[in-house]
Design a protein around this ligand. Structure first.
Ligand code: FAD
Length: 411
C-alpha cells in the first residue's frame, strides 16, 4: 500500500455529513471507501466504486476535483484537502486489472447504443449486467469517445480505455467499430432488426467556428480535430491556440509536447474568467505555454493572427469585456488552433423522423432520457452540451434504469 495515501486516509475526518460526497456529481461514498482503504480492503472498495461508477478509474484522474470532492473537503479550509482521488485511482485501477466478469445469461431485449463514449459505456455496463443483449455502434476505430480521441495520452493512458473495453466484452457486449449511424444504418433500420430500445450518446464532435476571416487557411486547425491524432500535424515552431477552456489547454500542452517551441494561448479576458480549471492552467504554465490575455482575434493570416486589445470594465456592478478600437496587433505564428467549444453533428437526426433537437442541435429529452421518439433515449454531451465525464456517467445511470423500465412495459 502507498504510504502517502495511507497517511491521507488517516488524515480524513470521516465527516458525518461528508461534503466531498455531496459535491461529487455521482455521490461517491468517499468516507466509506476511505474506511475500507484504512482496513486494507481494497477489493471490496473497488467493487463498491465500480458499482457506483463504472468509470471510477477514469474519473479519479480526469474529474475537476477542485470543484468537487477536494474543493469541498473540510480539511481544505485550513490546509490541504484529502487527496481521495489518488486513493480512488489506485483502488479502481487494481480492481479493473484483477476482476474477471462472468458473462451473464443474455435473455432480455436487444439494445443498440450509438456512441462508445462515457455515456454509452455506462449504459452498456449497466444493461449487459442485467441480461440485455447490448451492441455498441462506434464511429471511430475504438470505443472511448473523448477519453481516447480527446483527452491526451499524457493525462489519461489509452491502456485504461482498452481495459474498460475488455471488461465490456467479458460481459458479452458486442462492439461494431468504424460505423457512423445515420448515413448507412439509420435508427429505423435498428428497430426493424429487432432492437427494442436505442440509446444515443454521440457527444459533441463538430468544432464551433470563430467566424472570422482566415479560418479556412491551411495552417488553421480545430482543437477537437487536432487532438484526435496530433502526430499527423506539422504545426511549425510557433502556435497560437485561441480559447480558454480545458480543450484549449489540452491542445496547447499537446502542441508543446509535440515539438512546438512557442505556444501562446490567446484569450480576450483574464485568467479568472477562463473556463479551464486552475489545475489545467497551472500545468499549462509549467509546460511553458504562454498566455496572451485581453486580446480578441479578428483575423487569421498565413503568418499570424490579427488581434484587437480588450479591457474589462465594470457596468452596473458586473464585469464586461470591451474591445479597444484601433488597438490592433499581429501575433506572428506558424499555425493556429481554434478551441472555442464543440456542438453536435446532425447525421442521426437528419436521417430519421420524430427526433427533436433544440436550437443548438442538442437532442431534447426529459429527465429520464426519453427523447421525442418512442424507444429512443439519449444522454451525455449530445443532450447537455460539452460537460464532464462524471456528469455523463451519472446521468447515463438513470437513463439505463429508464430503458429497462421501457423494455419491461413494452413486452
Ligand atoms: C479535449 C477534451 C478534453 C476534456 N477533458 C476532460 C477532463 O479532463 N475531465 C472531464 O471530466 N471531462 C473532460 N472533457 C469532457 C468529457 O470528455 C465529455 O463531457 C464526455 O466525454 C462526454 O461523454 P459522451 O459519452 O456524452 O460523449 P463522447 O465522449 O463525445 O463520446 C461520443 C461517442 O460517440 C461516437 N459517435 C458520434 N456520432 C456517432 C454516430 N453517428 N454513430 C456512431 N458513433 C458516433 C463518437 O465517436 C464518440 O466515441 C473533455 C472534452 C474534450 C473534448
Amino acid at each position: 500500500m502507498n504510504l502517502f495515501l495511507n497517511e491521507e486516509a488517516n488524515r480524513c475526518l470521516l465527516c458525518k455529513k461528508p461534503r466531498c460526497k455531496e459535491f461529487c456529481p455521482i455521490s461517491t461514498p468517499i468516507p466509506e471507501i476511505i474506511e475500507l482503504y484504512r482496513e486494507g480492503k481494497l477489493n471490496e472498495a473497488g467493487e463498491i466504486l465500480f458499482q457506483n461508477n463504472p468509470l471510477s478509474a477514469v474519473c479519479a484522474i480526469v474529474c475537476p476535483h477542485e470543484d468537487q470532492c477536494a474543493g469541498h473537503c473540510i480539511r481544505g479550509i485550513k490546509g490541504e484537502p484529502i487527496h481521495f482521488y489518488e486513493m480512488e485511482e489506485e483502488i479502481s485501477k487494481d480492481y479493473l486489472n484483477n476482476v474477471k466478469f462472468e458473462k451473464p445469461v443474455a435473455n432480455r431485449d436487444r439494445i443498440a447504443i450509438i456512441g462508445g463514449g462515457p455515456a454509452g459505456i455506462t449504459i452498456a455496463f449497466t444493461l449487459a449486467k442485467r441480461g440485455f443483449k447490448v451492441t455498441i455502434f462506434e464511429a471511430h476505430e475504438k470505443i472511448g469517445g473523448v477519453l481516447r480521441y480527446g483527452i491526451p495520452e499524457y493525462r489519461l493512458p489509452n491502456t485504461m480505455v482498452d481495459k474498460i473495453a475488455e471488461k465490456l466484452q467479458e460481459l458479452g457486449v458486442q462492439i461494431r467499430p468504424n460505423i457512423m449511424i445515420g448515413p448507412v444504418i439509420t435508427l429505423d433500420r435498428l428497430f426493424e432488426d429487432g432492437y427494442k430500445s436505442v440509446f444515443i450518446g454521440t457527444g459533441v464532435w463538430n468544432a464551433k467556428k470563430l467566424n472570422i476571416k482566415g479560418e479556412t487557411l491551411g495552417n488553421v486547425h480545430y482543437a477537437i480535430d487536432y487532438l484526435k491524432a496530433p502526430n499527423v500535424y506539422n504545426l511549425g515552431d510557433t502556435v497560437c491556440v485561441i480559447g480558454a477552456g480545458n480543450v484549449a489547454m489540452d491542445a496547447a500542452r499537446t502542441a508543446k509536447r509535440n515539438g512546438a517551441k512557442n505556444v501562446y494561448v490567446v484569450y480576450r479576458k483574464h485568467f479568472d474568467q477562463m473556463t479551464a480549471t486552475k489545475k489545467e492552467i497551472e500545468e499549462a504554465k509549467e509546460d511553458n505555454v504562454e498566455f496572451k490575455l485581453f486580446r480578441a482575434p479578428v483575423e487569421i493570416l498565413e503568418d499570424g493572427i490579427k488581434v484587437v486589445k480588450t479591457e474589462n470594465i465594470e457596468v452596473d456592478g458586473r464585469i464586461q469585456t470591451k474591445t479597444l478600437d484601433g488597438q490592433e496587433e499581429i501575433i506572428p505564428c506558424d499555425s493556429t488552433i481554434i478551441a472555442v467549444s464543440q456542438e453536435p453533428r446532425s447525421v442521426i437526426v437528419s436521417s430519421t423522423t420524430r427526433l427533436e433537437t433544440n436550437k443548438w442541435g442538442l437532442v431534447i429529452t426529459d429527465e429520464e432520457g426519453h427523447t421525442t421518439r418512442e424507444g429512443v433515449f439519449a444522454s451525455g454531451d449530445v443532450v447537455t452540451g460539452a460537460k464532464t465525464v462524471v456528469q455523463a456517467v451519472a446521468h447515463a445511470k438513470h437513463v439505463a434504469d429508464a430503458m429497462e423500465r421501457y423494455c419491461e412495459e413494452n413486452k
